[in-house]
Design a protein around this ligand. Structure first.
Ligand SMILES: [Zn+2]
Length: 210
């Protein structure tokens, strides 16, 4: 299988750079970042940032959901914040997300449609803004942005983040969108002040970029 041939090449290239590369890698991981992204094969998070193994802790699922009843996601978040003590959490959405489109169009698959329900509700909440856009692709792409923002809110409002802010040691949270038409990321604005006012975000949370 060509994947395993490629793997041999990859390992050989790294060993050429440093014969102890994998001995060092096996010791421990100290990633600075947690990224939550979509499972979409066109959004390979590590390689898009030229990241080395050990640099980014990654969680992926369809349409980058940070659902507060998802034990898989919550375990990743807890481990990243409490044990790995990552400095930054980045929620990564992307344009032309099939999951986001499926939330609106349906895919006749019970589990996927159930999983996408939060995005369908988000669409309903923002239907006025979204339906004013020129075509479906613009609607889905804007919904992908709104989804990344909403999922960032889920992270910020989680008890894991609130406890971390109480302890005075917590990661900052960003929302980015991968513009698949250019290959570049855009930073999305998070209305932190507004979210603090309604009690979603801990009043002591301050964005930091260190
Ligand atoms: Zn996607």
């Amino acid at each position: 299988m060509h994947l395993l041939d490629n793997n041999k090449q990859w390992a050989e290239d790294l060993l050429k750079r440093d014969p102890d590369y994998f001995k060092k890698l096996a010791v421990e991981q100290q990633p600075k970042y947690l990224m939550i992204g979509c499972s979409d094969s066109r959004v390979p998070l590590s390689s898009m940032f030229l990241a080395e193994p050990g640099e980014i802790f990654i969680h992926r699922n369809i349409a980058n959901q940070a659902n507060l009843s998802d034990l898989n996601f919550l375990s990743v978040l807890e481990y990243s914040v409490d044990v790995l003590q990552v400095k930054h959490i980045i929620m990564v959405g992307h344009y032309r997300c099939g999951g986001v489109a499926a939330a609106i169009e349906g895919v006749h698959r019970v589990l996927v449609e159930n999983w996408m329900n939060p995005v369908r509700l988000l669409f309903k909440r923002h239907s006025k803004e979204l339906e004013a856009l020129e075509d479906n692709q613009h609607i889905y792409d804007r919904l992908s942005e709104l989804n990344a923002i909403e999922q960032s809110l889920n992270i910020l409002r989680s008890p894991i983040m609130h406890n971390a802010v109480n302890r005075g040691h917590y990661p900052s949270v960003d929302a980015w969108i991968f513009d698949i038409y250019t290959g570049l990321f855009k930073i999305l604005d998070l209305p932190i002040t507004e979210w603090k006012k309604v009690g979603y975000v801990h009043p002591g949370y301050k964005y930091h970029d260190d």
